[in-house]
Write a protein that binds this ligand. Structure first.
Ligand code: ADP
Ligand code: MG
Length: 428
């Protein structure tokens, strides 16, 4: 994909936007982009630099994403609504073409990595609650205040907020920004203009100050880890990736959402609205609490993935009301006129609370309370699902259990701390 129209190859120390941003290391990638940790020499802050593939369709998608991210930033001047903030944007010309670049606030690991670090055992319920609150604050903002549907909510697209800001505390975080390509002059053949020279001088001075302070501490980084226990702080996170998001009144795609998080009305092509994000939210909450996806449909003999998906939903949530089952443009492919599936005839019903107890060893109380929170959000009738605002009022979010606090402490620490130390190598 590193060819004409594709990704822009970045090396550590590469500079962007006239020398303002300097690439530190790769944070992640998606279908359309690579994302790098960069040092902003102007604000002396770390940022995430999302560099889009250059072909016209990717540039178009990036422009749309920037439009949404700009509205999100404008509507939330205090940056407190649990959605990633766009800080800047620019174009970068490289050997593969012209790439639109988004400068985003730098966040930590995704919830998917958090689940992995926890060895797919599920997080302690108090952590799940804190994370759910953040996601709901984000969704409420997007839906009610802005009219935006995310359409791709899932653990991968929700990032933790780092507990230590390495830019504000480079000594404790143990990380000094890289200002040039390690193997030589990053700007060979390029003449820096006055502003660029000034930025670079300023950044060099800042790094020198950090080294001096480190030396004055005997050259060792004392206490590179956060002192605060994660028990005492909120596990906050933010919604990211607006590459597929849309204005509710200007929808363009029929087939939205990642398979496992896809709402039934999307499978059936019955039309959709904000409540598709609520469905994905419930799937995400279940996965955080159990370590396993709620629905993992697979095609089989004589039936496809969609029909399996509908069957799995009904096995967990009960029979789909006939009116809803036969109401979509694709209903005839899967349902007969009675509202029964055409090819998958025998369903094994197991209600959510039973599953939580039997398979995931929840206590009866935990299982009942958690299902009471989730089941209304997983209503087959989209208009009956509670809104994010209504979910925020649910008593389950305010239960505060104090027992069992230690259970997931190690994994959480590893992830958040690892991230703020900037030491985890994200690969590829
Ligand atoms: P795509 O639209 O190509 O999927 P994303 O916006 O989802 O791109 O970003 C791809 C990956 O980059 C994410 O899964 C995450 O690992 C990382 N990433 C994205 N934004 C940030 C950020 N603001 N801070 C830290 N990492 C990020
Ligand atoms: Mg993504």
């Amino acid at each position: 994909s590193y060819r004409k129209g594709g990704y822009h190859a970045v090396r550590v120390g590469d500079s962007f936007a006239g020398g303002r941003y300097i690439a530190q290391r790769k944070l992640g990638w998606g279908e359309f982009s690579t994302v790098w940790l960069a040092y902003d020499t102007k604000s002396s802050n770390y940022v995430a630099l999302k560099i889009q593939k250059s072909a016209p369709q990717f540039a178009q998608a990036a422009l749309h994403e920037i439009e949404l991210l700009s509205a999100i930033a404008d509507g939330d001047p205090t940056n407190s609504k649990c959605v990633v903030r766009l800080l800047d944007q620019f174009k970068h010309t490289g050997p593969n073409g012209q790439h639109l670049c988004m400068v985003l606030e730098f966040l930590g690991d995704s919830l998917l990595r958090l689940i992995k670090y926890n060895r797919y055992k599920g997080l302690e319920l108090n952590k799940v609650r804190e994370i759910c609150k953040c996601i709901l604050i984000g969704l409420d903002y997007l839906h009610r205040e802005l009219g935006i549907i995310h359409t791709d909510l899932k653990p991968e697209n929700i990032l933790l907020v780092s507990t230590i800001d390495p830019a504000k505390d480079p000594i404790r975080s143990g990380y000094t920004p890289i200002l040039e390509r390690p193997e030589g002059n990053p700007n060979s053949g390029v003449t820096l203009n006055g502003i660029e020279k000034k930025l670079k001088r300023r950044a060099r001075r800042a790094v020198a100050r950090i080294s001096e302070r480190r030396a004055s501490m005997g050259g060792v980084v004392r206490n590179p880890k956060p002192e605060r226990s994660l028990n005492g702080i909120n596990v906050s996170c933010k919604v990211v990736d607006f590459g597929n998001a849309c204005w509710a009144n200007k929808q363009f795609a029929k087939e939205i959402q990642t398979r496992q998080y896809r709402a039934p009305e999307v499978v059936l092509h019955s039309g959709y609205s904000f409540s598709v994000d609520m469905w994905s939210f419930a799937c995400t909450a279940f996965e955080l609490a159990t370590g396993e996806m709620l629905f993992t449909p697979k095609g089989g003999q004589g039936f496809d993935e969609d029909e399996d998906h509908l069957a799995l939903m009904m096995e967990r949530l009960g029979k789909m009301p006939r009116k809803i089952a036969i109401g979509g443009a694709r209903s005839k492919d899967y349902f007969d006129r009675h509202g029964d599936l055409k090819r998958i005839r025998r369903l094994k019903y197991l209600p959510l609370d039973r599953l939580l107890v039997d398979k995931f060893k929840f206590s009866d109380t935990d299982a009942r309370e958690f299902s009471e929170f989730l089941i209304p959000i997983l209503d087959f009738a989209p208009e009956k699902r509670p809104t994010a605002q209504q979910c925020l009022q649910h008593p389950w979010l305010n239960i505060n259990l104090t027992h069992n606090e230690e259970k997931n402490e190690t994994s959480l620490k590893k992830v958040v701390v690892g991230m703020s130390n900037l030491n985890i190598n994200v690969g590829k």
